[in-house]
Design a protein around this ligand. Structure first.
Ligand SMILES: Nc1ncnc2c1ncn2[C@@H]1O[C@H](COP(=O)(O)OP(=O)(O)OP(=O)(O)O)[C@@H](O)[C@H]1O
Ligand SMILES: [Mg+2]
Length: 409
């Protein structure tokens, strides 16, 4: 099989490292050919904090996935997340030449280039620049103005920036694991490729990926992106709250959360009791399950309130019609959809990745969205079978160049 017909996505998470590989089938369709994961090490809140440990685990995952699919992955699409990710909206406008006042690819590039020109924090670089919509003279809300005539072209864009240091560390980590990076992609943008239906992207939805150390958010409306964010909290904070509140070691608290936890106090029967793990005390402690839920609910509510506070400032929040889509290991918490519905005032559903009509058997479907999303993203960007690159078509070249430059590669 030719290497250009393969797409591999690597998600270096705080809890697990996951790699998915896809190949292009005879009809030009994308097929998932392999998937592997291993526990993460040396990664905190999406950032590599111990290069040796992280690259050792990445090498292990690559070995497993290559064993699973029987061939080398080739260069990888790698996800980036963490507190350093910033999402912002910007706009630009240009005059169109009076002689040939038809809009071409060249005018689009010029106006997007202008819109990109906003101040961004030092050490940050633009990772994605996604046009939201265009206006030609007085007519707004245009998706594709090529071929239209007018005197003035305007664009609104969503820009995602990321820390060059964090991106450089990802490249170095993959290099030390014996592989190469093809492109770096913001995690929730990749994940939404395999989680959201076309209607959800059009009618307005918020995808929330609750990991161990980060919560990633992306708001889609009218087939484009209006908000992205990464919050440095996650399932691990819920576990440490339980460990602190019930005086338990982290692994016992984690098990309790997974087996007995609930995100909504009022959904737990107050008469239901549970026995805490035996820690060699005089007697085994028994508590009501509501006590556990009373530790969990405020933390998850805090995370959702932080997201809501950001979302209400976006110009399209009150037009969201398709609701909240939850994924990530942290979204497996019992009753979490009910809490999301209450906080956001929107319907919520749990989502697992779909790459083609055939269901792929994931060992942990909620944790697999980013890796499989990267595969689909790579396919949509690069596949010769797809002419239309979609909304994420023009992006990241500058970012790749800048990161490559600091690494001298
Ligand atoms: N059934 C469950 N109930 C509640 N929480 C769960 C359940 N299963 C997994 N989790 C939590 O999910 C988290 C791991 O999720 P995930 O695998 O998506 O993390 P990650 O992608 O490695 O982390 P990050 O995205 O933060 O870098 C852990 O905190 C774990 O406690
Ligand atoms: Mg994750």
């Amino acid at each position: 099989m030719q290497a250009k017909n393969r797409y591999a996505g690597l998600d270096i998470g705080s809890h697990k490292i996951c790699c998915a590989v896809g190949t292009v089938g005879p009809e030009g369709e994308l097929v998932l050919s392999g998937m592997a994961e291993a526990p993460s090490d040396g990664v905190k809140g999406g950032i590599i904090v111990n290069m040796h440990k992280a690259s050792t685990q990445v090498a292990e995952v690559l070995k497993r996935v290559e064993g699973d699919c029987g061939f080398k992955t080739g260069p990888l699409h790698v996800a980036i997340t963490g507190d350093h990710i910033r999402g912002l909206n910007s706009r630009g406008a240009i005059s169109i030449s009076m002689i040939e006042n038809e809009i071409t690819e060249e005018e689009i590039e010029r106006v997007v280039e202008l819109a990109k020109n906003v101040r961004i924090p030092e050490d940050q670089e633009r990772l994605h620049v996604m046009p939201q919509h265009y206006a030609v003279d007085d007519q707004g809300g245009i998706c594709d103005p090529i071929g239209m005539s007018g005197e003035r072209l305007e664009v609104e864009v969503h820009i995602v920036t990321a820390s060059m240091t964090a991106a450089g560390d990802l490249l170095e980590c993959v290099k030390q694991a014996g592989s190469d990076v093809r492109e770096i992609v913001n995690s929730p943008i990749a994940a939404s490729e395999v989680l959201l239906t076309p209607e959800e992207k059009r009618n307005g939805s918020v995808m929330i990926d609750i990991g161990a150390g980060t919560v990633d958010v992306v708001l889609h409306y009218e087939d484009t992106v209006w908000h992205t964010a990464s919050i440095p909290l996650g399932g691990r904070n819920v576990t440490s709250d339980i460990a602190y509140g019930l005086r338990l070691p982290m692994d016992a608290a984690e098990e309790l959360k997974i087996c007995q936890g609930s995100a909504v106090i009022s959904r737990v029967d107050p008469k239901e009791k549970l026995t805490l793990p035996d820690l060699g005390e005089f007697y085994q402690r028994r508590i009501s399950r509501t006590v556990l839920a009373a530790i969990i609910e405020p933390r998850v509510e805090e995370i959702f309130q932080m997201i809501k506070k950001q979302l209400v400032n976006t110009p399209v929040f009150d037009r969201i019609d398709a609701g909240i889509i939850l994924t990530g290991g942290g979204a497996c918490l019992t009753d979490i959809e009910c809490l999301a519905e209450r906080i956001f005032g929107l319907k919520a559903r749990l989502a697992t990745p779909r790459i083609s009509e055939d269901e792929f058997c994931f060992s942990n479907p909620y944790g697999a969205a980013v890796a499989t999303g990267l595969v689909k993203y790579g396919f949509m960007q690069r596949s010769p079978y797809r002419v239309q690159p979609g909304v994420f078509g023009r992006m990241a070249r500058g970012f790749e160049k800048a990161v490559s430059a600091i690494l001298n590669i």
